[in-house]
Design a protein around this ligand. Structure first.
Ligand SMILES: O=P(O)(O)OP(=O)(O)OP(=O)(O)OC[C@H]1O[C@@H](n2cnc3c(O)ncnc32)[C@H](O)[C@@H]1O
Ligand SMILES: [Mg+2]
Length: 198
């Protein structure tokens, strides 16, 4: 069976990706099996570039096929910030809580009808022979005035989905995977991989 390293250190992402890949006939490996491997510098100016940076770095250092995810939040009223800086919005090693707090403060004076935002996800699969497969996905929503829900991770408690009248953190992982940026990108990736690995 094909071995694929999930090239991410984010437990929330890994859980969502593993859930999705449970139906594919691939053996998913975690970076936890490569404790000696460090982390790359994510200095690309797009999600796509950072996703390729991560896939390339981990493929080089593990010697295995890798699937990397670069994702983040774009807030219209903040001129699409934090974008590729989503993980370090409140500082280099910011926690999810610190990033969420900074987001709330940044939007303090922004009214309900101007709080549109979207999550974006860029996935890159890089095989040992150099084959690259990319997919992306996005999910539209609004930034709430207060957090709600205890599911998901990152900005999920502040990401409000008007059609569902729930925050992303109020969805189960299955529900989130059906509508999220990552779920949409994973759906495309699973289809492409099924054809590629056949
Ligand atoms: O780079 P890796 O190791 O994969 O892990 P990371 O957490 O650093 O991941 P990114 O560099 O892609 O940064 C993504 C940021 O966007 C946030 N984010 C990404 N997907 C999310 C989701 O589905 N729900 C909420 N927040 C999300 C996440 O919390 C991070 O702050
Ligand atoms: Mg990162």
């Amino acid at each position: 069976m094909k071995e694929i390293v999930i090239a991410s250190k984010n437990k929330g992402k890994i859980a969502e990706i593993e859930k999705y890949f449970a139906t594919l006939s691939v053996k998913v490996i975690s970076l936890a099996e490569f404790p000696e491997v460090d982390e790359p510098i994510e200095d690309g100016d797009t999600f796509e570039k950072n996703s390729l940076i991560k896939a390339s770095y981990y493929a080089l250092h593990t010697g295995k096929a890798c699937l990397a995810d670069d994702s983040g939040l774009e807030v219209d009223a903040l001129n699409y910030a934090p974008g590729v800086y989503s993980a370090r919005f409140a500082g280099e090693h910011a926690t999810d809580a610190e990033n969420n707090q900074k987001l709330l403060v940044s939007l303090e004076n922004i009214s309900k009808n101007k709080r549109q935002a979207r999550f974006r996800c860029a996935l890159t699969f890089l095989d040992t022979d150099g084959t690259v497969i990319t997919c992306d996905g996005s999910c539209e929503g609004e930034i709430a005035f207060a957090p709600s829900g205890d599911g998901g991770f990152g900005y999920d408690p502040l990401f409000y989905l008007p059609e569902l009248n729930k925050s992303m953190a109020q969805l189960s992982m299955e529900e989130k995977n059906k509508i999220s940026h990552r779920g949409k990108a994973l759906k495309k990736m699973a289809e492409k991989l099924a054809g590629y690995l056949r």
